[in-house]
Write a protein that binds this ligand. Sequence first.
Ligand SMILES: Nc1ncnc2c1ncn2[C@@H]1O[C@H](COP(=O)(O)OP(=O)(O)OP(=O)(O)O)[C@@H](O)[C@H]1O
Ligand SMILES: [Mg+2]
Length: 257
Amino acid sequence: MTALLETRGLTVTYGGINANDDVTISVEPGTIVGLIGANGAGKTTFIDAITGFARVSSGRVTFAGEDVTGLQPHPRSRRGLVRTFQSLELFEDLTVWDNLLVACDTTRWWTLLPDLLRRSQGDKVASQARWALATAGIEHLADRLPQELSHGQRKLVGVARALAARPQLLLLDEPAAGLDAVESAELSTRLRGLVEEGVTMFLIDHDMGLMMTVCDYVYVLDFGRIIAHGTPAEVRNDPRVIAAYLGSSHGPTEGEA
Ligand SMILES: Nc1ncnc2c1ncn2[C@@H]1O[C@H](COP(=O)(O)OP(=O)(O)OP(=O)(O)O)[C@@H](O)[C@H]1O
Ligand SMILES: [Mg+2]
């Protein structure tokens, strides 16, 4: 099977330190691949590098068979490589629905089109947003303002907003941070449902319960380097992982908002 996403020897350097050091991974279509590691291991940096928000000093990123290493973030997202951000920013003065519309197409180029064409593009955008709401399971929140929502609901709006951009590969940076056990289990079901909808996922989280149930394959990052990879069961029992991560004081249960 051809991988949807591949990185080869990806290295990102900040102030002389390799935040990502020679990272090689691949993500097969139709799977959920996880990345775990202690605070500061370089997980967010890796998503930054894949999506064009961090400069890569060496190595390459291949998406759907195309080398995208030199592309800016926007052309990458137009190709279906879509991310969420660790610190979720919603537009507080816009309803959930409008938060999604903005994400469907930030440039709104279709407003420049002649009337008939514009209407069909508008319909397309609205149907994309409806699909995103339904898939995230938050149709009932469409008319609410973000401030009226619980933390868990806000996180789902963040996922829906990313979905509105119609990702082929969705990269989620700590979607379960701050969720309670019930919300985290609910999220897990939603993410598996997304795979059924044809969305492949790359997932970062400190919630081990979520990661071990939802991921098909897991990579472990320590000081910027991949130290182990395998199925959740393989990774959980790997002595290097236990030493570097699961047994450390920066344990996975610590989490952060
Ligand atoms: N824009 C930046 N400029 C300089 N250094 C950075 C930048 N972003 C990250 N770093 C550094 O790179 C290292 C990796 O940080 P990163 O945020 O990728 O870790 P993380 O694994 O996502 O951590 P967490 O679990 O806390 O979110 C850290 O030492 C961090 O201070
Ligand atoms: Mg991070």
